[in-house]
Every structure is written in C-alpha cells, then in structure tokens.
Design a protein around this ligand. Structure first.
Ligand code: F6P
Length: 624
C-alpha cells in the first residue's frame, strides 16, 4: 500500500495496477484493456470471484500516481475542479426553473443510469415542492430501458433528433452525455449539436478514458469521430463553455463490460455533483471541495459495507450459477429504484454474455407512474418488455420451478407486508429464494418475513448525520450497493456457466459497431492471427451459410451488425474456426456438443501443436 495518500480513505484503495504502465496493451483505451486482477476469473470459485470483483471496484477510488503514466483519477485536483465548475452551471439552471432543463443521456447501461438519476433528482425536487427539471434520453427510447437494444447507439443523427425533441422550447439546457468508453456515436452527435448551439446548451461529456483514447473510428452517419468531438469539447472547456469529466477508474473486471465499474463510477460522479449543486442552492452556500469529498467518501463507505457481506454474496453467486448451469433462470424482484437496478442488470446480460431474455431478469415492484418518458411504449407490449410486478405475477410466477432462483431486493422502509405476500407466493413454487435487505442500524426485519428466506444478505448501514441530502445519500448508497452485488452475482453466475474465457466476454452479442470491433480484437488476442484474417473469419461466421462475396466484404459495418445481431455464438464459433483451422459448420457442432463453451475454447487453445503464447497481449501489434 502506498504511504502518502492525499485523502483519508474509507477503504484501503489498492496500489496502482499494471494496467497503468505506459506499454500495457498500449493500443487499447483503458475501458477496453483487460484487468490484470481478473486474468484467471474464468477458473475462480464463487468466493474468489467476489474477491476479484471487489478489488476491481476498489480501483474506482484509487488516487493518481504521479510516478506512473499519470491518469486523472476520481480524487485528482483536476477532476474535483471540473466537478465544481459544472456544479456552478447546474446551480444557475436550478435557480431559474422556467424554460431550463438538465438532460442526462446515454446508450445501454449509461442510458439506464441516466434514467435512474433523472427519476431520483426529480423526486428530490418534488420533495422540495418544485417541478421536475431533469429528463433522460436513452438510445432506442424507453424500450431500451428494459430490453437489450444496442443498435441505436450507433447513430449520431438519431441522438441529435432525440435531444431536439426533449429540449424543444428550452432556453438553457445542461446536457450530460454519458459514454463510459468515450465511444457511442449517439452521444457524440448530441455533444456536437450542443457545441453548435452554445447559446442554449452547456455540454458535459462523462466517461472513463482520456480524450486521447476516445474512439477514433469513422461514424457512418456523421462527419466527426468521437475523438474529434471530445477534442473540441476539451478546447471549449478552457472558456468554461463545455466540460469533459473523465477520470480513469481502471479496466473492467470483464474486459469492456462498462456496465460494471463504468456504470458505478457514473453514478458516483453525477450524483455527487448534482447533490452538491442542490445542497448549495437550497442553503445558499459556497461550493467547496470539502462538500464533494464528504459525499464521495460515503460511496467508498458503501464499498466497504457491501463487501463485508462477501461470504453471503458468494453463496448467492453459487446458487445463481447453479440455476444457469441447469438451464433455469435467475429472477430479481426489486422494490422501487432497486427494481430499476435489477432490470438494468438483467437487460445487460443479454449483449454481455449472449444470455437469453429470462436467464437473469429484473422486475420493478411498486409505483412506476411518472417515471418514463413514454410509458405506452412499455406497457402491455409483450414478454420482451415485461418489467412490472403485474408482469412478474402473471407471466413468471406460474412458470417458476425448483431450479430457478428468485432474489428479493428491498429496504426495511419498504412495504414489508407486500414483500411478505409476494415471498409467500414465490415459496410455493421454489425454495431457492434469497433476499438482499438494506436497513439502518437499529432497524430489524419481522420474524415472519425472515423465516421465509433460507438466507438473507442483510446490509446494515450506519446512521448518516449529513443534513438535507442525508436521505438521498442513503438511497444512493443502497442503490450502488445493490448494483455492485447484482453485477457480481450475474457476472459470477455466467463465469460459472462457462461464458467467460480468461476475463473476456467471449459469447457477447455482435450487436453494434463497438461490439463488432471488440469481437475482432478478441479474436486477434486469442489466436495471434492478423486483423484481416480475424475479420474475414468473423464475417464468414456472420454470413454463414452464404459464402463471402466482394460485395459483402466491402459493405459498411452496419450491414454486418444487422445480420449478426440475431445470431448466437458468433464469436466463439469464429474463435474455434481460427484455433482449429476448421469450417464454420464443424466449429458450430463442436460448440453445440460441448457442456461448457469455455471448456471447448480452452481445449482448442491448449491443443497440441498450438504454440503457447499465441495469444498476444496487444491485438494491434500484429494487425495488418
Ligand atoms: O451496447 C453495448 C454497450 O457496450 C453496453 O454494454 C454499454 O452499456 C453501452 O454499450 C454503452 O457504452 P458506453 O457507456 O461506453 O457508451
């Protein structure tokens, strides 16, 4: 542990990781690097999985080390200063509620977090007797909140159109464009539009790579790359017209899975910033670094409190893993915003692990009126968009079996009679019930509810003495804690099912351009083949049984994605073709016959004749 940390930390933040060294996977941005901590997570048992992901999450709070490459971190002066500058802008808007708006936007997990935070801060305003001032935008609209829908993230023009719609008639707008990887074209378009209309917009880019590592690929329907947009933002930051909030939080535990640390850090950063803005406006006080640090430390405390339950979390990982291994399901029913966290977690398993819709699925219990922009897009729209208590009771409950796991997520302040009622119904179908319950010291669960669950992860939070924002900090801590646990459980369960190779999401869906690029890079890394060869084989698998023509090869990536999105096991099949020099058909049959995908791939990686070390640490080192 380094001796002279600048701030007194709540948790022992780790020493800088190897990933911070200049040469480590140099061609990849931080958010796409593989984390050295989890290199062997695919072979870990549940207890080890929890420990590894806990260590990865702790990196969020690690301070910058000047002796190394010197990435900006959460506690860096520059980051805190940028936060204070943005708070100043948010204050101006909060003081002028007429014709102003705070917009949070993103794709996938980032859009879902935008939704969650907009809901929270409008609730905070409502509590103060004020009208809503926040709104959210998610690529693909409200349906993307509850279902996996990655394609719309690729369109910059769609992003601009969606932004225009929500901002109609507004005179001042603070726009938070969230893209953890500094990569989503949807967000790039919106930021660019804001910069062209600075009389109305104050754009803020939120992500976790330095601008120099922002994605630099051509965007099909746009004139600039994400990096060019981010560079323009950085320039405008000098005159406080735009801001880039981009501390490094380290690579994800599962390579590229920005729903995990990226999502958590987004929540920590933006909630801290917005809460401070509200606090200083309502108390008419100065913005201070002390205030920011006070709130940031509560999130560090949440890490400590959450992972003090590691043993029970590991037991839950094991149980969820067993359900998935037996081809059964893991359902999570959460009260209020904990339900939103559950839905988020389930939806993200689909692109990340190539999971089926029900493999891990969340439901929101409680009132959801006034939450959505267009509720009609979700209600009674069929099983894919089911998300409510009514949906759970009508469609899932009757089909539950002993093999399924049901996880209840609630706080002691929720309606416990309602919790008990649903728990009794579930218990009639499966005994694999678990609960994650948040309480404040001194609060207890009624015995009748307790005895329904064979095991309860009971998180006991200390009493907070921070005035005004206390309630919301408590709520935010509980949400983040739930997010950490669910991310760990769903990731761990898929690791146990054999969906991860080393620390790579090898069975992900190839459903947008970022994921397409990640697929090629993954193939290069594991096979040592050139980029051209990996691309060729990936296309063969995507278009199989149609042979590759010159026309297909020359087509835009969006065409490949449209074909690949609904296909399964695309990357594992391509990987096996490359490793075994076999046909697509043979690779598919081998995968279909295998009990575990990882097992099949691992066997091919260590097959006699394959040179050890053929997997390169840096895909671009051998690109054509
Ligand atoms: O759509 C794929 C995905 O990688 C999701 O997993 C992620 O939540 C989303 O893109 C957004 O990523 P980013 O925040 O980097 O734009």
């Amino acid at each position: 542990m380094r001796g002279n940390k600048k701030y007194s930390h709540v948790i022992d933040t780790p020493d800088p990781g190897k990933w911070e060294l200049a040469g480590y996977e140099a061609s990849l941005p931080i958010t796409e690097k593989s984390n050295p901590i989890t290199r062997e997570i695919d072979k870990a048992d549940p207890t080890q999985i929890v420990q590894l992901l806990k260590d990865c999450d702790a990196e969020i709070f690690q301070e910058e080390d000047e002796a190394l490459v010197n990435y900006k971190r959460l506690y860096s002066d520059l980051v805190l200063k940028t936060m204070m500058d943005i708070i100043g802008k948010v204050q101006e808007v909060l003081k002028e509620p007429d014709s102003t708006l705070i917009v949070l936007s993103g794709g996938g997990a980032s859009g879902r977090l935008a939704f969650l935070m907009a809901v929270s801060f409008n609730k905070l305003l409502k509590g103060l007797g004020q009208p809503p001032q926040y709104t959210y935008i998610i690529a693909g609209g409200d349906r993307s909140l509850v279902a996996s829908h990655e394609g719309p993230e690729d369109s910059a023009l769609l992003g601009i159109a969606d932004l225009n719609k929500v901002c109609e008639g507004k005179k001042k707008v603070i726009f938070f464009g969230i893209s953890c990887g500094l990569s989503a074209p949807y967000v790039a378009g919106q930021l660019d539009f804001c910069m062209n209309n600075l009389d109305i917009f104050v754009p803020v880019l939120v992500g976790f790579n330095p601008v120099s590592m922002a994605r630099n690929e051509r965007i099909e329907d746009f004139h600039s790359t994400f990096r060019q947009v981010a560079e323009r933002m950085e320039k405008l930051q000098e005159s406080h017209k735009a801001f880039v909030l981009n501390p490094a939080v380290g690579p994800e535990g599962i390579t590229g899975s920005s729903r995990m640390k990226g999502g958590s850090a987004t929540k920590v950063l933006l909630e801290t910033l917005l809460l401070t803005a509200h606090k200083t406006v309502s108390k008419d006080s100065e913005i201070s670094e002390k205030c920011l640090l006070e709130i940031l430390r509560t999130y560090e405390r949440a890490h400590k409190v959450t992972y003090s339950q590691s043993k029970k979390i590991a037991a839950l990982v094991k149980q969820a893993g067993t359900s998935l291994q037996k081809k059964a399901y893991v359902y999570m029913v959460g009260w209020h915003t904990l339900g939103i966290i559950a839905i988020m977690d389930g939806a993200e398993c689909i692109p990340t692990f190539g999971a089926d819709i029900n493999d891990v699925r969340g439901f929101l219990i409680g009132d959801h009126s006034e939450m959505f922009n267009r509720e009609a897009d979700l209600i009674a729209q069929g099983p894919k968009f089911a998300f409510s208590e009514e949906d759970f009771v009508k469609t899932i409950l009757p089909s539950l079996t002993e093999l399924d796991t049901v996880l209840f997520l609630f706080t002691v302040d929720d309606d416990l009679v309602e919790v008990e009622k649903l728990a009794v119904q579930v218990k009639e179908r499966t005994s694999n019930m678990q609960a994650l319950c948040h309480a404040t010291v001194g609060q207890y669960l009624p015995a009748s509810l307790k005895k329904l669950f064979p095991s309860i992860i009971s998180i006991m939070w200390p009493i907070l003495f921070l005035e005004y924002e206390g309630n919301f900090i408590q709520r935010f801590q509980r949400e983040l804690s739930t997010k950490w646990i669910l991310n760990t459980v769903s990731t761990g369960a898929h690791v146990l099912k054999g969906k991860i190779l080393r620390n790579y999401m090898v069975d992900m869906k190839v459903s947008n351009s970022k994921l397409f690029g990640r697929a090629v890079s993954m193939l290069q890394r594991f096979t040592g083949h050139s980029q051209a060869k990996c691309l060729e084989v990936l296309l063969q698998v995507i278009y199989d049984p149609e042979p590759l023509s010159e026309e297909i090869r020359a087509a835009e990536v969006s065409k490949h994605i449209a074909v690949a999105t609904d296909k399964t096991k695309v990357v594992p099949t391509a990987l096996l073709c490359l490793l075994r020099s076999c046909s697509v058909q043979e690779a598919r049959s081998r995968l279909d016959a295998a009990t575990s995908l990882r097992g099949a791939l691992d066997a091919a990686l260590s097959a006699p004749g394959r040179k050890r070390g053929a997997s390169k640490s840096d895909p671009e080192e051998n690109s054509t």
